[in-house]
Design a protein around this ligand. Structure first.
Ligand SMILES: [Zn+2]
Length: 216
């Protein structure tokens, strides 16, 4: 059998040994680094969420890969990032009893320019792995100021709450909902999304993210 294409390590980009025939997405050195440096071993706190967790620290090569995933059309990195989130949901499945997987919306302009919502790409394989429905529930209001330009926590919270709206005809009444996001930074946007999902009827809302920005 000839080699049809070469896979590269998601984190450092070196070509992977195709001889092994496996579907590894990381080289051995990066796999080790994920275990020792990048894996997040504690829950994160999102105000108003019933539970929240992130798979990796948003730093080093994880940060670089995430940026490529979001901005440089490396959509297939969703396979690796979602695979990092999967075990967390598996661990909480009996406790959270999710009815629905949803995801953080991105603005129309971004979606149009990029062609995909990275959080949706993460959410779909996670939902599929557990046989759960995956649906959009929120949308982003056009022309809201960037979160990063808001100065303090209160301003970020207010801005985040204004930026999100529920989608019409979203029925999540009494459901346990898991919201998938790519990166949690301050948690203001995730918290606003949680509140909104609760306002439109969700019984419980959990947040799972691929990465979490370490706080200095
Ligand atoms: Zn590597």
């Amino acid at each position: 059998m000839g080699i049809l294409f070469t896979r590269s390590c998601v984190l450092c980009g070196i070509p992977l040994d195709a001889e092994c025939g496996c579907k590894a997405m990381l080289c051995a050195a990066c796999a080790e680094e994920v275990r020792t440096r990048y894996r997040l071993h504690h829950p994160i706190s999102i105000p108003d969420a019933d539970g929240a967790a992130a798979a990796l620290y948003y730093t080093g090569t994880v940060r670089k890969a995430m940026q490529q995933f979001k901005f440089q059309h490396k959509q297939h990195y969703a396979d690796w990032f979602s695979a990092q989130i999967l075990p967390i949901l598996a661990e909480h499945l009996d406790d959270w009893h999710p009815d629905l997987i949803t995801y953080m919306p991105i603005g129309f302009v971004h979606l149009h320019k990029r062609g995909y919502n990275q959080a949706e790409l993460l959410a779909k394989p996670i939902a599929a792995a557990f046989g759960l429905p995956c649906r959009a529930t929120l949308r982003k209001r056009a022309f809201t100021p960037k979160q990063s330009t808001r100065k303090d926590a209160a301003a970020r919270q207010q801005n985040a709450a204004r930026a999100l709206l529920p989608l019409a005809n979203t029925d999540i009444q009494n459901k346990s909902v898991v919201l998938i996001d790519d990166i949690i930074t301050t948690g203001a946007t995730a918290s606003a999304a949680v509140k909104l999902l609760r306002d439109i009827g969700a019984a419980r809302v959990y947040v799972l993210a691929a990465a979490f920005t370490p706080h200095k």
